[in-house]
Structure formats: C-alpha cells, structure tokens
Design a protein around this ligand. Structure first.
Ligand SMILES: Cc1cc2nc3c(=O)[nH]c(=O)nc-3n(C[C@H](O)[C@H](O)[C@H](O)COP(=O)(O)O)c2cc1C
Ligand SMILES: [Mn+2]
Length: 482
C-alpha cells in the first residue's frame, strides 16, 4: 500500500466521507468558509479541484480530519482502520497501544519517491503557484502550511524532529513561521543555531499519509523521532527520501515538499491567524522567516489545509485522541494512578478520572501533568471520581458543579509558562509568555469516611440489585420499547 495522502482520501471516499468539489472556489476566504460550515453540519471531507486564479491540476483538500457523527473523531478512526463510530475511549486505548510500538523508517530511491515528480530549484521556486488559502476572514495572509510535517534537525545530536507549525506565505520565496516556546522546532533547535550564526535547514512535507501529520502535530516527547512512532502506528516502516537542497529526509510520497533555511536573527511580521482556541491569536508579531531553496511535488498536487477555530476543528479531532493517549502512557510509565485521561476540545484542559489512593491526590496528578511536554499548555485540569465518564462532558460538568468545593477544591498556580494563543492573557502576560494554571479537584475528599459520601442517584446505584435485574428483565413487558 502506498503511504500517501491519496490512499487516505480513497478510504474516506469508500466510507462516504469525501466529496470532490468541481465548482470554482476562491481559496481566499471562500474555501475556508465552506470548510467551517462543513464542520458545523458535519459534512464530508472536501477536495477542491477548481481553484479561482490557479492552474488546473492544483488541488486543495479540507475537512479530511473534520468532525463526524456520532463520534466526532470518526475520520481518525478510519485512519486507524477502525469503524467510524468507534467510541472515544477505545480510540484512545488503541492509540496508546500503537504508540508503545516503534518501527524504524526505511529509505527509498529518489526515483521511486512520488514527491519528486516535479522539482523546482533556484529561480523556478514560486510559492505563489500553489493555492494557499486565506482561511479565515480575519487572517493576515495566505497560509500554505496548516497541516503538514515540519522536519528539522538538532545540530548537536543530529536527531531529526517532526513538528507542525503554521506557515504564512510572505512572497514567492519566503514563508513565515510561528512556534510556541517549548516546541522543538523553534525554541529548542533554532536557539541552538543562534550562537553559531548558522542558518537552520528545514523541510515541510505537505499532504503525507494521515498519521505522519497527526504525529508531527502531537506532543511527542523530546528526542523521540516521530518517524519511528508513525511506523509503530502504521505497523510498517515509514518510507523516507532525502531532500534536494537540505540534509534532511521527508516522507517519500508527500504531495508537496518545501525545503529552505531559517536565518537566526531575521524576523518578519506574521499573523493574524484564527486558532484552535476558537479565537484570533493575538496579533501580528515579528516572527522567523524561511527562505525557500527548493520545492518538489507530485503531479496534480493536493495542498492540505486545516481550519482552526471554535470546536470542532482538525486539531481538536486528532489531539483529543493523541494528546490523551500520549499523556496516559507517560502517567503510566511514571507509576501515577489514574483511570482515564481526556483532553476535550479545544485541548486547553485535561480531565482525569481516578480513585484517589490518598488525600489531596489530585495535586500529584496535576504536577505530573503540568511537567509533561504534552501538559505545559493545558492550563485547566479537572480531576473527577472514577464513576465519571471523562469523554461525556455533561457527566463531567455534573460532577464538577456538585463535588467541587468552591473554596477547597481549587488551586491556582501563578507565574507559569504560557503560549501567546491563550485568549485570557492580558497584554503584558502575552508579551512575556507568562500565565497561570488552575486545578479543579472534583473528587469527594479521601479524608471523608465512606458513610459521609453522598450516594449517587442513578439506575445502577440507587436501587437494590435485584430490583435493577427485575426491571431490566421485564422491560419489554412494560411496553416501553427496547
Ligand atoms: C493543525 C495544527 C497546527 C499547529 N500549529 C502550530 C503552530 O503554528 N505553532 C506551534 O507552535 N504549534 C502548532 N501546533 C502544535 C504542534 O504541532 C505540537 O505542539 C507539536 O508537538 C510540535 O512538534 P515538536 O514538539 O516536535 O516541536 C499545531 C498542531 C496542529 C495539529
Ligand atoms: Mn518532536
């Protein structure tokens, strides 16, 4: 099976989850608005084939990770090879299992790499050939990179890293870039290139198999090469091919590969951009620049876009599963007790169910969570008792608004790291990357004797077992339906 984006589109089509749009669509605003409306209606994924102002053969895919019914993460389930209606908890468990497996990538010959069907270097480089969408009506420009694999390399240990950071098009040969502090790509690697006064090589692989992009956009721990994680998820080695102008490797069958260099001290204004929090992201600011040295692509390339905003969007669909799974595995590795972890959209929180082994255990969980790379940017933590289904937000809200002691159950941590994207930050906090975090402990206190814990009034708990059994057995007799 070819590891590529088109194979995934075929799977979506087979499941009735894709439509080819042949009507002319303007990549400026119109495509974004169609896609956003599609989220609201839970419409199929979209492949736009006729883009206003662009050559025939240039295509744009949207909503391929958009929300579905009845389970929002149905397209991620399809990417896992599971039924579309697989429950959220099962998706997290399956992802946890596959994340534990690592398979080394293989290298294939350049002649066999579909991403090399067309190669443009030097004067031939022109980013404006591609139908980069101006997605939201509030965006500062066209974004060619909103769903892809960013490849960079640690200059010290030479380990390659995959991430996903948004890319605005500045002009024919320059891209913008935004990365939160704490991500490898910028804060970690670029900082290492600064004192050396050397440019940092970078490659952007757009339109890969779905898992390469999903894992690139997930908070995989530092120095774990995402290519090996993707191999584990797919159950086969990821196929890589070397770039043309930078010493990096990319998924061989990507639709489009952009290669380039980041000069440590250069900045250009980047933004505004609609973000996964469901808001604009806090303005136009000077941010790093990529000088493109080469573009390679498949014939009739498909540009992929994500359309972030108020839940649901693609980031919510994938990260609600991968963030939850990565975090659960890390807690398990540290020997921390918990039942289920879920990061619901807009993935600014964790909800954890647990039977606390001793009083104030919620603090152990919160400190562990906030110390994880996957936890730095989750400012809200909700700890609930084991009976609560963390993927059912009505259940969670019931618990939080009944068991959370308004004074004793809330703990605030001030002066913590923050991303500029948090809508609640004031200007000074945003400029200094400083914020606060809060723990809501909605478990009944472990210090209470059993007899003082209120009994839950639901079918399973408030009636004797023999009555429950009797009612279930006689249900059809009552004439109340199945
Ligand atoms: C669609 C999508 C867009 C994203 N855009 C950005 C971005 O612009 N900047 C950023 O810092 N993180 C962004 N992220 C999150 C990072 O990809 C994620 O934190 C990942 O861990 C980064 O990889 P790294 O840890 O190897 O640096 C995005 C994620 C997704 C799924
Ligand atoms: Mn990484």
């Amino acid at each position: 099976m070819t590891q590529d984006f088109r194979t995934f589109l075929e799977k979506l089509e087979a499941a009735g989850e894709l439509r080819v749009v042949t009507a002319e669509v303007d990549p400026k605003w119109e495509a974004g608005a169609i896609s956003r409306r599609g989220f609201d209606l839970r419409s199929p994924a979209m492949l736009f084939e006729n883009l206003k102002g662009y050559a025939r053969g240039m295509r744009l895919a949207a909503n391929f990770m958009g929300p579905t019914r009845p389970v929002p993460q149905g397209r991620l389930a399809i990417a896992l090879g599971l039924p579309k209606d697989t429950p959220i908890v099962e998706l997290i468990e399956e992802t946890r299992k596959r994340l534990r497996r690592r398979i080394e990538p293989t290298r294939i010959d350049k002649r066999d790499a579909l991403c090399k069907q067309v190669i443009r270097t030097g004067d031939q480089v022109n980013l404006l050939e591609f139908p980069a969408p101006v997605i939201h009506g509030t965006d500062g420009g066209p974004y060619i990179g909103t769903w892809h694999v960013n490849v960079t390399r640690d200059p010290d240990n030479r380990i390659m890293n995959w991430g996903m950071y948004r890319h605005m098009v500045h002009d024919k040969t320059k891209l913008g870039w935004w990365a939160a502090p704490g991500q490898h790509g910028m804060a970690h690697y670029l900082q290492k290139y600064c004192p050396r006064k050397e440019p940092m090589p970078i490659a952007i692989a757009i339109g890969t198999d779905p898992w390469s992009a999903i894992i690139a956009g997930s908070q995989v721990p530092r120095d774990v090469w995402e290519a090996e994680v993707v191999g584990g998820i797919l159950g086969e080695p990821v196929q890589l091919v070397p770039c043309e102008t930078v010493d990096l490797e990319v998924p061989a069958h990507a639709e489009i590969v952009i290669e380039g260099w980041v000069y440590p001290d250069e900045r250009m204004p980047e933004g505004e951009f609609g973000e996964y929090t469901g808001y604009t992201s806090g303005g136009i600011r000077p941010r790093p620049v990529i000088h493109v040295s080469c573009i390679t692509h498949r014939k009739n390339p498909i540009l992929t876009m994500s359309n972030m905003g108020k839940p649901w969007d693609e980031y919510h669909v994938m990260a609600s599963i991968t963030l939850s799974a990565l975090t659960a595995n890390e807690l398990e590795d540290r020997g921390i007790n918990f039942k289920t972890v879920y990061s619901p959209p807009p993935i600014t929180s964790f909800i954890v169910s647990v039977n606390p082994p001793y009083p104030r255990y919620a603090h152990v969980l919160a400190s562990a969570l906030w110390s994880l790379k996957a936890g730095i940017y989750r400012p809200y933590i909700f700890i609930v008792d084991e009976d609560v289904d963390v993927t059912n937000l009505e259940d969670v809200f019931w618990c939080v608004t009944t068991r959370l002691h308004p004074k004793n159950g809330i703990d605030i941590q001030a002066h913590t790291p923050a991303t500029q994207l948090w809508p609640f930050l004031d200007r000074e906090e945003r400029d200094n990357f400083v914020g606060s975090k809060v723990l809501f402990d909605a478990t009944f206190p472990k210090s209470w004797p059993e007899s003082e814990i209120p009994t839950i009034i639901n079918f399973e708990r408030a009636w004797p077992e023999e009555i429950q059994r009797k009612v279930l057995e006689r249900w059809s007799e009552y004439g109340l339906g199945k």
